[in-house]
Design a protein around this ligand. Structure first.
Ligand code: GLC
Length: 440
C-alpha cells in the first residue's frame, strides 16, 4: 500500500502508520493476507521515500519505529503479514554513507559510457564537486547507485534485512531488483547497467538469511525485465513481478499467452504473481477499464482467480480511478508524473477523513464506506472472490476453448470464464453479458 495516501490518523494531510493500524480491521474483513508498505524509511523525499537516508528507522511523517512495531504486531494478530519496500539499488545522496563511505558508490574519473538516467533521460553520471569525480545514478542525481561489487555494501544490507526480519517483517519487496549489479567494466550499452546475472548471488545470500527465520520471509522482486528473462530471477526470488502483464491491454489475445508462458516457464517450485496497478502506473480502473466498473471487475476477477498471488493496489478493490492532479499540485519528479495513481484513498463519500491532503482527493463516489455495506459493490465482489480463491489455492491453471473475446480456464475442478468484450457472448451454452464473469 502507498502509506502516504492510505489513511491519515493525525490530521496533517499525510497517511501514516497510525492510519495503517486503524484500517487493519478493514483489511482483515477484505481477506488480505499480507500488506506491502511503500518505503517507510527516513528520506528527503526527492522520490517519495525511494531515496532512503536511513534504512533502520521510520520517517517522522509516518510515525516512529514503535508505530511500525505496533502495525506488525496488530497485523500478526489478524493473520496479516507486513512486508517492507527495501531500496537496495541506491540511497539518498543525503545518506551518511555518501559522505563517510564513498567507496560504497560507483565512481568514475570521466563519463565512462552512454548510460542514461530513467528520470532525467540524460547521462546517468553526475560530477561531484567534493570528490572531483562522477558518480552513477540510474534514477535522479539525488539517488546515487550503490556499488554491489563492494562486499561491505553486501554486508550492510545483510545487517539491514536481519534488523527488519528480527522485528517481525515477513517479506520484502525489492526495489529495482534487476538493477543492483552493474557491469564491472562499465561498458557502453544500457544492457550493461541492469539485469546482470551476478545479482542473483545477492538474493541467494538473502534467502539463506531469510531461511533462518520461521516462517521464512518472502522476497518479491520488482523485476522490470521481459518475460523471457524473468525465470532466472525466480531461481532466487520467491515472487517475480511480471510487468508485461500489467502493460498488456485487457484483451484475451494479449493476456492469455502471457499467463500460459508463465505457467509453462516459471520454475515448478514457484508460484506466479499477478497485478494490474501500483504506485508507478495508472490504476487498472483507469488504464484497463477507462473508468467502467464492469471492466474493472473483469480485471479483478482475472487477478484473483489465476493461480498464484494476487497483488492489489489500494483502491483497486473499489475500482478507484486515477486522481486528477492539476499541474501546480504535481509532486513527482518522473515524466509523466505518477501523482494521479498516488492520490488519497477515499474512505467516505464526503472525503471528510482527508483534511488538506498532500495530493488532491479525487472523485469520492467510489469509496469504502458506501461499498462495504453493499455485497453487490465492487468491494463486495472482491471480498467474495478472495474467500473463494482460498478453495482454488494450489489447483492448476489450464486454458479452455472459448469463443473470441472470452477467456475460459480451469483451476482444478473449477471453471473461470470472463467475457472481455463489450458485447454479449456465449460459453458452453451460457449467455455472458458484456464484461461478465462466471466461476463454477
Ligand atoms: C521503483 C519504485 C519507484 C521509484 C524507483 C526508484 O521503480 O517503484 O517508485 O521511483 O524504483 O527508486
Amino acid at each position: 500500500m502507498y502509506v502516504r495516501s492510505f489513511y491519515d490518523s493525525d490530521g496533517d494531510g499525510i497517511g501514516d502508520l497510525g492510519g495503517v493500524r486503524s484500517k487493519l480491521d478493514y483489511l482483515q474483513w477484505l481477506g488480505v493476507d499480507a500488506i506491502w508498505l511503500s518505503p517507510t524509511f527516513p528520506s528527503p523525499n526527492v522520490d517519495w521515500g525511494y531515496d532512503v537516508s536511513d534504512y533502520l528507522d521510520v520517517h517522522p511523517d509516518y510515525g516512529t519505529l514503535g508505530d511500525l512495531d505496533a502495525v506488525i504486531a496488530d497485523a500478526q494478530r489478524r493473520g496479516i503479514e507486513v512486508w517492507l519496500d527495501l531500496v537496495p539499488n541506491h540511497t539518498s545522496i543525503r545518506h551518511p554513507w555518501f559522505r563517510d563511505h564513498p567507496d560504497y558508490y560507483v565512481w568514475s574519473d570521466d563519463v565512462p559510457n552512454d548510460w542514461t538516467s530513467l528520470f532525467t533521460h540524460e547521462s546517468a553520471w553526475t560530477f561531484d564537486e567534493n570528490r572531483r569525480r562522477f558518480y552513477l545514478h540510474q534514477f535522479a542525481p539525488e539517488q546515487p547507485d550503490l556499488d554491489w561489487w563492494n562486499p561491505d555494501v553486501r554486508r550492510e544490507f545483510e545487517r539491514i534485512i536481519r534488523f527488519w526480519f528480527d522485528r517481525g517483517v515477513a517479506g520484502l519487496r525489492v526495489d529495482v531488483a534487476h538493477g543492483l549489479v552493474k557491469d564491472r567494466d562499465l561498458r557502453n550499452g544500457i544492457d550493461h547497467m541492469r539485469d546482470r546475472p551476478e545479482v542473483l548471488e545477492v538474493y541467494e545470500r538473502w534467502q539463506k538469511i531469510a531461511a533462518e527465520y520461521d516462517p521464512k520471509p518472502t522476497l518479491m522482486g520488482e523485476t522490470y525485465v521481459p518475460p523471457a528473462r524473468l525465470w532466472r530471477y525466480a531461481t532466487q526470488l520467491d515472487l517475480v513481478q511480471n510487468f508485461a502483464f500489467l502493460r498488456a491491454p485487457l484483451r484475451v489475445e494479449s493476456l492469455r499467452p502471457l499467463v500460459e508462458e508463465v505457467e509453462a516457464k516459471l520454475p515448478s517450485d514457484r508460484s506466479p504473481i499477478w497485478f494490474g496497478s501500483n504506485h508507478d502506473h495508472s490504476r487498472l480502473a483507469t488504464r484497463w477499464a477507462g473508468g467502467d466498473e464492469r471492466k474493472a471487475r473483469a480485471a479483478l476477477f482475472i487477478l484473483l482467480t489465476l493461480r498464484g498471488t494476487a497483488l492489489l493496489f489500494q483502491g483497486d478493490e473499489i475500482a478507484l480511478t486515477d486522481g486528477v492532479v492539476p499541474p501546480e499540485r504535481i509532486t513527482d519528479l518522473a515524466d509523466p508524473p505518477r501523482d494521479p495513481e498516488r492520490s488519497p484513498m477515499p474512505w467516505t463519500g464526503d472525503g471528510g477523513e482527508w483534511r488538506d491532503p498532500w495530493l488532491p482527493l479525487g472523485d469520492t463516489s467510489r469509496n469504502v464506506e458506501s461499498q462495504s455495506v453493499d455485497p453487490l459493490s465492487t468491494v463486495g465482489f472482491v471480498r467474495s472472490l478472495i474467500e473463494l480463491r482460498r478453495e482454488l489455492a494450489g489447483s492448476r491453471y489450464a486454458s479452455l476453448p472459448s469463443e473470441p473475446g472470452v477467456w475460459a480456464y480451469a483451476r482444478g475442478a473449477a471453471t473461470c470464464v470472463v467475457n472481455l468484450t463489450g458485447r454479449e457472448a456465449r460459453h458452453e451454452g451460457r449467455r455472458l453479458a458484456p464484461w461478465e464473469t462466471l466461476l463454477d
